[in-house]
Design a protein around this ligand. Structure first.
Ligand code: ATP
Ligand code: MG
Length: 548
């Protein structure tokens, strides 16, 4: 680790631990998703951080499902989580379930009871909430608070053997009802839930609360640095309290908080994303507009780009919202020198080159990537009838319009100069076709006599063109001036386009630059032998300035 590279605050903490020998030079992290939805780009930040830090220090990372809450979890999500972590380029050392530790957690609770540090309360959730006090007033102690350990043990056993209904009793840590930190005012650490658990079945009808379970999970696994998001900062004293008082572990882990990722033009909570899926607002968790990892993968983003983004945004200690344009910048940056370009025509207009031989087709050589000569060239057909982009013709040109208009000459990329002589209309007044003439001496698109053309347009040969469906995605949400997220009513516009013949062979997941239009990927689900569907990954240019 070179000294002149600036360290983030988490690396500084680890460096100090290593200097002081706190964990014997060991770095062990974990990524602990609750399997209640698909992972999103916010999770990607946490994954890159946890796995990245361990990798940097030669340490290890566990994938641990936080399945202590029996009602919300669904095994469908487990497969997707693993696919997503691997897609991002990481491999866990162990795959674990928090529910495998229920026995140890139970023992830990019993130990607290024996030490006089936990009691069974008969107040219901409302009563507990009402007696917690406020930031300015201390809470009121429960009438159960001073029961003897023997009484509490007996009651806790009754909780466990099913003698009580849901909500009738809780186990609370006995800490301090006057603590300025509300989380320390005798928090509930076990609750009753007569629910079958996917892993432990009906073995338990009591389940540990997150704040009690999480430090124990970390400690059992030998985690050294337990990295979580900022909203857990106020929970850290409780995390430490549990580990100090359970006392099974000589060298307990350390909780470190960082700011969660928020992005413009999207929402980032599994609950809200699930709602979009359940209500049919999107096609599914992997809809290419979704900020889920499955969605951005299908959208054509690369793991390299996502990792670069996570690196660029860095680790902060205060929450902020990142412009989604920065993510797009990383995607574009990754793709621009990797992809070959293809000609695709949107809003096509037919051009008839009236002086070009009827039965002739010639092959035109086009470079695959203007910036990367090593990517070579390809040959595409050209003949008397071609398609050009709707945006490349104006019957009445606006000022500074250099592309095709009546009387104007342009370069057809790699082919010839053509001049528009006549606009042929349909009965309804729409354009049927353009009649143009070409200059045979301008072959290759080079001026024969020094005369200049200002515009270059691209084309697709009409005889051999293939039809493709193009989905020019826009943001799922628009952020209004008050900072509210408003659903974009037109976030998935579709268009049939004409493409050069090679795109008829595109394989699911293959990416290209569509000349002038942007970066596209053949949709992994909808692309078949006969039907080619392309998703817009990102446009060619952006207003985003790196380093701003
Ligand atoms: P959500 O509210 O989207 O459901 P969560 O925090 O409840 O998120 P978990 O499955 O519990 O989701 O999270 C697994 C890990 O990912 C946690 O360590 C959590 O802190 C982290 N994480 C979740 N969302 C973000 C985010 N937006 N930015 C950074 N880390 C996140
Ligand atoms: Mg959660």
């Amino acid at each position: 680790m070179s000294e002149n590279i600036s360290r983030n605050f988490i690396e500084e903490i680890i460096d100090r631990d290593n200097e002081e020998g706190t964990y014997g030079g060991k770095v062990y992290t974990r990524f602990p998703p609750e399997p209640n939805g698909y992972l999103h780009i916010g999770h990607a930040k946490s994954i890159c951080l946890n796995f990245g830090i361990a990798k940097e220090y030669g340490g290890m990372t566990n994938l641990r499902y936080d399945d202590t809450n029996p009602v919300k979890e669904d095994l469908e999500y487990v497969d997707s989580i693993e696919e997503d972590v691997r897609w991002l380029g990481f491999e866990w050392d162990k795959r674990l379930w928090a529910s495998d530790y229920f026995d140890t957690m139970y023992k830990a609770a019993v130990e607290l009871i024996n030490k006089g540090l936990a009691y069974v309360d008969d107040q219901n959730a409302d009563q507990i909430r009402e007696s917690r006090g406020t930031l300015t007033e201390p809470g009121v102690e429960s009438h159960c608070r001073n029961q003897s350990p023997e009484e509490n043990l007996a009651l806790f056993e009754q909780m466990r053997d099913g003698s009580f209904a849901d909500g009738e009793r809780t186990l609370r840590a006995k800490i301090d009802m006057a603590s300025p930190n509300m989380n320390m005012r005798d928090p509930v650490i076990y609750r009753i839930a007569h629910t079958t658990h996917h892993n432990t079945g009906d073995k338990w009808c009591i389940y540990p609360m997150y704040d009690f379970a999480h430090p124990i999970e970390d400690a059992i696994e030998g985690v050294t640095h337990s990295i979580c998001t900022l909203e857990f900062e106020d929970h850290r004293p409780l995390y430490n309290w549990v580990l100090e008082n359970v006392g099974f572990w000589p060298n307990p882990p350390k909780q470190i908080e960082f700011a969660r990722l928020n992005l413009t033009n999207t929402v980032m909570s599994k609950r809200l994303l699930k709602k979009l899926v359940d209500e049919g607002t999107v096609e599914g968790w992997d809809d290419p507009r979704m900020p889920t990892i499955a969605g951005i993968r299908r959208r054509g983003y690369t793991p390299e780009a996502v990792r670069d983004f996570c690196e660029q945004i860095g680790i902060a200690k205060s929450n902020s919202t990142i412009d989604v344009a920065m993510l797009e910048h990383c995607v574009r940056n990754d793709l621009q020198d990797k992809l070959e370009s293809r000609h695709v025509i949107e809003d096509p207009i037919k051009v008839i080159i009236t002086n070009y031989p009827e039965d002739k087709t010639e092959m035109i050589e086009i470079e695959n990537n203007r910036n990367v000569p090593e990517l070579g060239t390809r040959q595409i057909p050209f003949s008397r009838e071609i398609w050009i982009d709707g945006a490349d013709f104006m019957e009445v040109p606006v000022k500074k319009y250099f592309r095709l208009f009546p009387g104007n000459e342009v370069r057809v990329k790699g082919a010839y100069f053509i001049k528009c002589n006549e606009v042929i209309k349909n009965e309804d007044g729409s354009i049927k076709e353009l009649h143009c003439t070409y200059d045979p001496a301008s072959k290759g698109g080079n001026s024969p006599d020094g005369r200049k053309v200002k515009g270059t347009i691209h084309f697709v040969d009409a005889k051999t063109a293939v039809k493709i469906l193009v989905r020019n995605y826009d943001y799922l949400y628009i952020d209004d001036e008050e900072g509210n997220k408003v659903l974009n009513p037109d976030s998935a516009p579709e268009k049939w386009c004409y493409a050069e013949p090679s795109l008829g062979e595109a394989k699911p997941g293959e990416r290209f630059q569509f000349f002038r239009h942007g970066y596209y990927v053949a949709d992994s689900k909808l692309t078949t032998e006969d039907q080619k569907v392309f998703n817009k990954i990102v446009g060619l240019k952006s207003s985003f300035k790196p380093g701003k």
